[in-house]
Design a protein. Sequence first.
Length: 261
Amino acid sequence: MRFQTAAREKHVSVLNRGEVGNVSPHVAHGVIVTRPEPGLSETMHAVEAAGWKAYASPSLDIEARTVRPLRGQLAAVVLTSGQAVPAARDAVPPDIPVYAVGDRTAQRAQAAGFTCVFSAQGDAEALAALLRKALPPQAGLLLLLSGAGQGMALAADLRHAGFRVVRRVAYKAQSVREICVEVQSALRKKVISHILFFSAESARGWLRALPVALRKYAAATTGIVMSEAAEDILRHAGWQDVRVAHHPNAAALLHLLGKRG
């Protein structure tokens, strides 16, 4: 079964936009992937398939939370991350409509057994727009599942549009305490050419865990990010070359990375 999509274009300022595709070989051809599981292994495989040497360095530790089933008429479940899918699976029936922030989250919801899944193909703003278009506010309660400290702006946006929203914490993301020895060594040896960051939160957490002595090596790489917020964090940390994906998803980041050779 295929989930429904809602296309959306977002124009952002990108350094060297369009400089993607085949990339000339460099001595430094390592790519650090800061994405946590689920998704880390998949992205590592895609990076390797494109001819790069992938280094796993997840920036966040994910702690799942249990969400109790809600009483009353539930119109839909709203997912801001694939990390929230396990909580949704345990909290609501599989025939409840699911509105997911992006395609990968939608695919994970389908894999968990949900039968009516829609993708906003974007970010929280795109998700709110999809819900406003697809559902009348009187349709019933929306269960918004997000990470701790996240989803408040989306909930406020939907309530402002007239929806009744219950927000529940489906997981807690904590910054890792340290960067693994292999990745630290690769930075020192200057074999890293790119670092992929999947959110502003992950960029902030990864930099916090990185030893101060290695920050100059990290900042000498090309940073590839999903948002202007993440771009701002990298530039503040000393990055000169930062590229922002056209869309906030892993496929767009990999497109910017391109193929080596």
